[in-house]
Design a binder for this molecule. Structure first.
Ligand SMILES: [Zn+2]
Length: 66
């Protein structure tokens, strides 16, 4: 548990750099997400709504289309 929390802090610091690969659940630190839905967002970005496979917490991410 303590290990997981430490890793979560680290991933928070790296978030800006690794937006896609570095995401981790804020609640449990799990990195496995299921995509609930995907849609086009403004500025040519893609919004993905994700759900943690472990605890079910939902987060959204924006991805730029390159
Ligand atoms: Zn979780």
């Amino acid at each position: 548990m303590t290990e997981d929390k430490k890793r979560l802090r680290l991933s928070d610091l790296q978030r800006g750099k690794e937006q896609e690969r570095g995401i981790a659940c804020r609640r449990c630190g799990c990195r496995h997400f299921r995509v609930v839905y995907t849609r086009q967002a403004t500025g040519g970005r893609i919004l993905r709504r994700r759900e943690c496979r472990h605890c079910g917490k939902r987060i959204s991410t924006y991805e730029s289309q390159n």
